[in-house]
Ligand binder design. Structure first.
Ligand code: GDP
Ligand code: IMO
Ligand code: MG
Length: 428
């Protein structure tokens, strides 16, 4: 039995979807614990590509139960669309997908407020995915949120809508000079979503704890990444939830004593989408080459991802904050053919050297990275499944990463397809 948290160690898009899908071969249950349809998790099986936004990346294994936990914010029409699209492609999505009654709903006004707030921030905007994530979590924290269970209680849904819209419509009209929302219209729409989702709605905390009691193998899937965490990320350029490992316990209702290990997914280089500081960003041909070769365009919004060298300072932060047991290193193949690879081991700011993630925003924004140069390799690593078959310099790069970060690699991924990886240590 093992209960493993899979967490992004950088700014998201590390390849969590691929790793979760691969590990699901031994999992009885896979549960998403936070975020919403801002996430885009890619799974490639043979030549079929699937992008999952709300549904756990274990869904393509038909004997595994998938749970959307209480910590997730759910836009019901997006979930229904995702379910229907998966079914059309032959996936099993029925009683194997369960949705927590306590998960909060993203309402149409959350999307409008997200976009209006971004617009009003101008150049200082966060570069959100525009999915209403922040405002939905704001309502949750201010205890005004509408939850999945409310879809099954018409009176409560109507009462909450009427009450929330007083405030929302005041803002829309007076602050954002935008159209207001109609409670009856939203009510009718959401009642219909409730009817469609009813068969999936469950007491997921009980189901998951029963599975733990039975000794089942469980994966807990994070969205986004450590540096996008609301508490531990590059605030305010973050998402609005705890994407780090702690979020798995609160986002599902599991006690910390039940967790057996935490696997950090990390790209062999770094990417970021949206605004905010990024010390190792490469502006120029190598950055563009990584973007083109790595297909670094957002799986949700299609925006180009900013690309940069591997940053050990943020990875050490990820090891600490998540208590990482090991790494799943992805996209090694994208570094094939680069003559000299750089690794950032520290930052310099105003004469001071930082080897730990600086909490002062100015230091992180304006620091100069200190790099070590490593010899690259010319050979292709695509699809290699044994460590000893990797070019010597690629082996050295992995070993260097492990020693700088202080934890071992369990997995090295060498391509986008499900089986294109090296399994160094079985996490289950
Ligand atoms: P996630 O959000 O963490 O699940 O990551 P995304 O799916 O947003 O982005 C990762 C991208 O890299 C996807 O297009 C994956 O298909 C792809 N990918 C994952 N692992 C590898 C790998 O080892 N090599 C290559 N070339 N692509 C990979
Ligand atoms: P996955 O799970 C990368 C980023 C957005 C923006 C910030 C806030 O695929 O790794 P939000 O819409 O959440 O309020 O946006 O967070 N962001 C992601 N970046 N991968 C993601 O998810 C992301 N989800 C949100 O670009 O900078
Ligand atoms: Mg993604």
């Amino acid at each position: 039995m093992a209960i493993i948290i899979i967490v992004g160690a950088q700014w998201g898009d590390e390849g969590k979807g691929k790793i979760v899908d691969f590990l699901t071969r031994k999992a009885d249950l896979v549960a998403r614990y936070q975020g919403g349809h801002n996430a885009g998790h890619t799974v490639v099986i043979n030549d079929e590509k699937y992008v999952l936004h709300l549904i756990p990346s274990g869904i393509l294994h038909k004997n595994t139960v998938c749970i959307i936990g209480n910590g997730v914010v759910v836009e019901p029409s997006a979930l229904i669309k995702e379910i229907e699209e998966l079914k059309e492609r032959g996936a099993k999505v029925s009683n194997n997908l369960l949705l927590s009654k306590n998960a909060h709903l993203i309402m149409p006004y959350h999307v409008a407020l997200d976009n209006a707030s971004e617009k009003s921030l101008g150049k200082k905007n966060i570069g959100t995915t525009g999915r209403g994530i922040g405002p939905a979590y704001m309502d949750k924290m201010s205890r005004k949120g509408i939850r999945v269970a409310d879809l099954l209680s018409p009176e409560i849904l109507m009462e909450k809508l009427n009450s929330n819209l007083k405030h929302v419509n005041f803002l829309m009209k007076n602050l954002y000079k935008s159209p207001v929302f109609n409670a009856k219209k939203i009510f009718a729409e959401y009642m219909e979503y409730g009817r469609k989702l009813k068969k999936h709605i469950a007491d997921t905390d009980i189901i998951i704890n029963d599975a733990i009691s039975k000794g089942q193998n469980i994966l807990l899937e994070g969205a986004q990444g450590t540096l996008l965490d609301i508490d531990h990320g590059t605030y305010p350029y973050v998402t609005s939830s705890n994407s780090t490992a702690g979020g798995a316990c609160t986002g599902l209702g599991i006690g910390p004593s039940k967790i057996t290990s935490v696997l950090g997914v990390v790209k062999a280089y770094t990417t970021r989408v949206g605004s905010g500081p990024f010390p190792t960003e490469i502006i120029g041909p190598i950055g563009e080459k990584l973007r083109a070769k790595g297909g670094e365009f957002g799986a949700t919004t299609g925006r180009p991802r900013r690309c940069g060298w591997l940053d050990i300072v943020i990875l050490k932060h990820a090891v600490r904050i998540n208590g990482l047991s090991g790494l799943a290193i992805t996209k090694l193949d994208i570094l094939d053919g680069i003559d000299k690879i750089q690794i950032c081991t520290a930052y310099k700011y105003r004469g001071k050297t930082y080897t730990d993630f600086p909490k002062e925003p100015a230091a992180f924004e304006k620091c100069v990275p200190v790099y070590e140069k490593i010899d690259g390799w010319k050979e292709s690593t695509v699809g290699i499944k044994e460590f000893k078959k990797l070019p010597k310099n690629a082996q050295a790069y992995i070993r260097k990463m492990e020693s700088l970060v202080g934890v071992k690699a369990y997995i090295v991924s060498t391509g986008k397809k499900r089986d294109e990886l090296i399994l160094l240590k079985e996490p289950f």
